[in-house]
Design a protein around this ligand. Structure first.
Ligand code: PEP
Ligand code: MN
Length: 338
């Protein structure tokens, strides 16, 4: 249930509602909005009767929330969430481009790619230091050394960095270095990791599980928000289907569903969906056209030598073209939407 306060409700009236919610054994979660505050009721096992709240001063409405996810839903919070990372804001009103290699391989590699992508207009740098690889014999990432290289990239370019955390053990270490913590497709339902990310001090980029429904994905985001971290960015990266022409199938319809169901920003990863670079630019254009708030794209200055995901990594000149095209689509849409 969501208790919607009157625009003119005082802090004392809000506090009273919170106290009554707690008295009844539920959790109260105030959600400040542009115009008014709402208070979500969490941890109720069944239906909550709204009538006792409707009689309290300053209460405008008591709405039953129909979705299984609460904090992530538009029913709970109508306005888009905008996530601020340094000078970059992710959410409505602008297009955010995150780019970099699949994995950090060396300082030279990371800095070279960072300079290229920044020149083309990327605002954030991506690169894995801990890599979830299908084979234990594949390159697993540089670990802490990779995180230190990312810190150097940030220092030299000013770009905030996005990097994956694979397990509980490294959460604090990754949080220390990263500006955005990525939770990968394979960990989307690692509930203890999600809970830990819910207590982290940095925004979380939550990738959709490769076989997850939208509801399951939003419930995973709910774990993070329930833990107290409201800075969640959703990332559609394709799901497993029967096709062989691409690594995964990019579920573009998920973007419009998520925008309708949730106030959280959503970015699209065309690289892991495609698995091959010739599909990456067309999918990026489509993702922006369908309403994504941003893109996260793999780029490498020498993809044939990449230690992971070289086949799907764009060359810098391709990335440059992609940026120009998606920005033009984004701006056209923004203009025609008024
Ligand atoms: C990645 O972004 O490097 C990655 C491993 O992505 P995913 O979890 O979507 O496979
Ligand atoms: Mn990759």
């Amino acid at each position: 249930m969501l208790i919607v306060m009157d625009k003119k409700a005082t802090q004392a009236e809000i506090d009273t509602v919170i106290a009554v919610i707690k008295q009844r054994g539920f959790t109260a979660r105030p959600i400040p909005g542009g115009e008014r505050t709402s208070i979500g009721i969490l941890n109720n096992k069944g239906h909550v009767d709204g009538s006792p709240f409707l009689g309290l001063p300053g209460v405008k409405d008591a709405i039953n929330v129909t979705r299984p996810y609460k904090l992530v839903s538009r029913e709970f919070k109508h306005e888009d969430t905008i996530i601020q990372i340094g000078d970059v804001s992710i959410g409505s009103g602008n297009l955010t481009i995150i780019a970099g290699p699949c994995a950090v391989e060396s300082e030279y590699q990371a800095l070279t790619i960072a300079e290229h992508v920044q020149r083309s207009g990327a605002q954030l740098f991506r690169g894995g230091a801990f890599k979830p690889r299908t084979s234990p014999y594949s390159f697993q990432g540089l670990g802490e050394e990779g995180l230190k290289i990312l810190a150097k990239v940030r220092e030299k370019t000013g770009m905030p960095v996005v990097t994956e955390v694979m397990d509980m053990e490294n959460m604090d270490l990754v949080t220390e270095y990263a500006d955005v913590i990525q939770i990968g497709t394979r960990n989307m339902q690692n509930f203890s990791l999600l809970r830990k990310a819910g207590r982290a001090s940095k925004p979380v980029l939550l990738k959709r599980g490769m076989a997850a429904t939208i509801d399951e994905w939003l419930m995973a985001a709910e774990y993070i928000m329930e833990g107290g971290n409201s800075q969640v960015i959703l990332c559609e990266r394709g799901v497993r289907t029967f096709v062989h022409h691409s690594r995964n199938t990019l579920d573009l319809s998920a973007v419009s569903v998520v925008v309708k169901e949730s106030h959280l920003p959503i970015v699209v990863d065309p690289s892991h969906a495609a698995g091959q670079r010739d599909q990456v630019i067309p999918l990026s254009r489509a993702a922006v056209a369908v309403g994504a708030h941003g893109l996260i794209v793999e780029v490498h200055h020498a993809p044939e030598e990449a230690l992971s995901d070289g086949a799907q990594s764009l060359y810098p000149d391709q990335f440059d073209r992609m940026c120009r095209q998606v920005r033009s689509i984004y701006n056209d849409l923004k203009e025609s939407n008024g």
